[in-house]
Design a protein around this ligand. Structure first.
Ligand code: ZN
Length: 156
C-alpha cells in the first residue's frame, strides 16, 4: 500500500509543473502543444506578425477561418476583403465568436480582438475607415488562423 502511495505522489510531482505552465494560457486552447513558437508569440503573448508576411494576407479562397488554438469558427471568407494593410482583413466576425477588449498599449487607443472561446489573440478591430459598407476592419494575424476550404471536411 505504501508503495502505491509513493507511486501516486511521484506521479503528482511529475504532473505538477505542466499544470503550472498550463495556467499561463487559457485551458480552452486545446491545440496549444501543436503551436509553433511564432504562433505562441502572436496568440498567447499578443505579438504581431510582420505585415505582408502572413499566409492569408493575399488569399481569397472560399471557406472558413478557425482559431488555430481552439478550432472555433471565427470568420467566413465572404467577409474577407482586400485592404492592403498587410494583414488579413474581415468586415464581420461569426456571431459571438470574437471578443473586443480596449487596448492602450504602445500609447495607442485600439480595440484588441481575441477568440471568444479561448482568449487567443487575433489582432485589432478598426471602425470608420470606409473600406466596406460595414465600415469595420478586423485586422487579424494569419498565424492566429486556420483556413478550411469549402467542400472539404474539417479534419482532411
Ligand atoms: Zn480560440
Amino acid at each position: 500500500m505504501s508503495k502505491l502511495l509513493q507511486l501516486v505522489s511521484a506521479l503528482f510531482i511529475i504532473t505538477l509543473p505542466s499544470e503550472i505552465v498550463a495556467q499561463k494560457h487559457d485551458f480552452k486552447m486545446k491545440n496549444i502543444e501543436e503551436l509553433t513558437d511564432e504562433e505562441k508569440y502572436v496568440i498567447i503573448s499578443k505579438g504581431t506578425e510582420k505585415p505582408f508576411s502572413g499566409k492569408y494576407n493575399d488569399f481569397y479562397e472560399k471557406g472558413n477561418y478557425y482559431c488555430k488554438a481552439c478550432d472555433s469558427k471565427l470568420y467566413e471568407s465572404s467577409s474577407k476583403f482586400k485592404s492592403n494593410c498587410g494583414w488579413p482583413s474581415f468586415d464581420e466576425e461569426v456571431e459571438n465568436a470574437v471578443k473586443k477588449i480596449p487596448d492602450r498599449s504602445f500609447g495607442m487607443n485600439r480595440i484588441e480582438i481575441v477568440c471568444a472561446n479561448c482568449n487567443g489573440h487575433l489582432g485589432h478591430v478598426f471602425y470608420g475607415e470606409y473600406f466596406t459598407k460595414k465600415n469595420t476592419r478586423h485586422c487579424v494575424n494569419s498565424l492566429s488562423l486556420k483556413f478550411v476550404p469549402d467542400k472539404k471536411k474539417y479534419d482532411e
